[in-house]
Design a protein around this ligand. Structure first.
Ligand code: ASP
Length: 317
């Protein structure tokens, strides 16, 4: 059975922030690892600047995730994993713990920053989850839109063509061979934060898994599966989305804290063990508690991550 790697970061400042860059196998190439660790550092710094300027946890997680969506080294926004048809269908979610509100987009093709589209769903519509947000709606809410081809990078086309074992779902719709389980690689991004007023927020953004069926939606935009925040905990997950969906994993962490009074680290460990390790899944989460404690844990071989520690930023990529 895979072991669970878990880091607990005690409250170190009036605010707390952690980001992840996806869970998966051990790193595959020094250039990509360097690009990813630079990207995580930039995202953490951008989110920290928001929190240090008395911004909200919600602003901080959206800012950090938007930085990573623009970074081709990650599976979110430009450079995201592609469907079997070679298209980018992006999922994102934001949860604001203080207000118990959430917004998400699924199979988003035009929003340059799916995380900002998710926030607009939360703040500017009566809904929680919008599938396939249209260019016209993006114009209405004043968000930048791009041609769908903008998200497609040469590296991702190569990964799709070669079946690179990074984020590969060997699914062939219509051939009867599409039942193999997805395997994930690094790159999905997420952030959790607690601001100096004690508010919690979480955001996650992804292209899903390479070669996924057109129309497949993972855990990321499903509130309580890949993303969650309430007044006690904020959670952002990464891994094989189908396992997170079946177990409502992010909400499982919150429920353990809420109903059993478990410490966040115990809740995270228990949820990963029961929801991922036992059924044979793969992945991890980052989580924040109301007192500013951060927990970063995974059962995959690795999880790219960064957080504000007591002695400054820590990046593990
Ligand atoms: N959870 C994402 C999905 O299944 C993939 C990942 O985290 O790498 O869509």
């Amino acid at each position: 059975m895979p072991s669970i790697q878990l880091t607990v970061v005690p409250p170190a400042a009036p605010f707390a922030l952690a980001v992840h860059g996806g869970a998966g196998p051990l790193r595959d190439g020094r250039d990509r690892a360097t690009a990813q660790s630079d990207g995580l550092r930039r995202a953490l710094a951008a989110g920290e600047a928001v929190l240090a300027g008395s911004g909200t946890a919600l602003d901080a997680v959206c800012t950090a995730v938007a930085v990573l969506e623009d970074d081709e080294a990650f599976n979110a926004g430009r450079g995201a994993a592609l469907t079997v048809a070679g298209t980018a269908e992006l999922d994102a979610c934001v949860c604001d713990g203080a207000s118990h509100r959430a917004g998400a987009v699924a199979a988003s093709r035009f929003a340059r920053h799916p995380v900002l589209a998710a926030r607009a769903v939360m703040e500017r519509t009566p809904h929680v989850l919008l599938a396939g947000p249209t260019p016209e709606w993006l114009d209405t809410v004043g968000l930048e839109r791009v041609d769908p081809a903008w998200f497609v990078t040469p590296a991702r086309l190569t990964a799709l063509r070669d079946g690179t074992p990074e984020a590969t779902a060997p699914a062939l719709p219509g051939t009867g061979q599409g039942t193999a389980e997805p395997r994930v690689g690094h790159g999905t991004v997420g952030a959790v934060a607690r601001d100096s007023a004690g508010r919690l927020a979480a955001a996650t953004s992804t292209g899903g898994v390479t070669g996924q069926w057109v129309g497949r939606v993972g855990d990321t935009p499903v509130v309580g599966a890949g993303t969650w925040a309430d007044e006690r905990v904020a959670v952002s997950g990464t891994g094989i989305g189908e396992y997170f969906l079946r177990a409502a994993l992010a909400h499982d962490v919150a429920a353990r804290v809420r109903w059993t009074g478990a410490a966040l680290a115990d809740a995270v460990r228990g949820a990963i063990a029961d929801d991922l390790v036992v059924p044979g899944g793969d992945g991890g989460v980052i989580a924040a508690a109301a007192d500013g404690t951060l927990v970063l844990a995974y059962c995959s071989q690795a999880m790219l991550r960064a957080y504000l520690g007591p002695d400054g930023p820590v990046v593990v990529a």
